[in-house]
Design a protein around this ligand. Structure first.
Ligand code: ADP
Length: 186
């Protein structure tokens, strides 16, 4: 099973991605988590990424594609994988498509979690109180939402055209949402 999960900041992509990858026994790759660990280890990539993330901006496509290329070739993900937070722009999606073709892989589904924007802002602010993430202050959260609509939401149409888009209502109990997803992909 080869999947990606997308949706606006705060919709619960990361939470669902963790549960789904366990349930389906596939690799979970979160670009957000990878970047945060690079920042924590104070690597070259981490230093660059921090300047973008702390302002709510996206990290440049070439850096992200390099990260993916490295991870995907190292882990030879034959048994399946779930990308969480990637791709986030059209150039990332076309770069990913090229990579998939090279590997002879095909995505089974692009899961699009949806929710009301005000609900999302509320959730992220609450999460920021305990996550310690540097990008969860209210003005930065609003910026991330804006960037999502501008740069990431065109991917909905991109995957719709490929006939693999699965829209899932992201409001409800965590387990309930997991079941909704499993029902449409299995
Ligand atoms: P969320 O889903 O709440 O936005 P993530 O952990 O997925 O959180 O991402 C946090 C931040 O990391 C993003 O706001 C962005 O700055 C950066 N980031 C993560 N993935 C990507 C990506 N594919 N392209 C560019 N930037 C990314």
């Amino acid at each position: 099973m080869k999947l990606l999960i997308m949706g606006p900041p705060g919709v619960g992509k990361g939470t669902q991605a963790k549960i789904l990858s366990k349930r389906l026994n596939i690799i979970h790759l979160s670009t957000g988590e990878i970047l945060r660990s690079e920042i924590q280890m104070d690597t070259k990539i981490g230093k660059i990424a921090k300047t973008f993330i702390d302002h709510g901006n996206l990290v440049p496509d070439d850096i992200i594609l390099d990260i993916i290329l490295e991870r995907i070739s190292v882990k030879t993900p034959n048994k399946g994988y779930l990308f969480d937070g990637f791709p986030r722009t059209i150039p990332q999606a076309t770069g990913f498509d090229k990579l998939l073709i090279e590997m002879g892989h095909k995505l089974n589904a692009a899961i699009n979690l949806t929710a009301d924007e005000n609900e999302l802002i509320k959730r992220i602010i609450d999460r920021g109180k305990s996550s310690g993430r540097s990008d969860e202050a209210i003005d930065i959260v609003k910026k991330r939402q804006e960037i999502y609509w501008k740069q990431t939401s065109p991917l909905i149409n991109y995957y719709q055209k490929k006939n693999i888009l699965k829209n899932i209502n992201g409001i409800g109990q965590i387990e309930e949402i997991t079941e909704r997803i499993l029902q449409v992909i299995c």
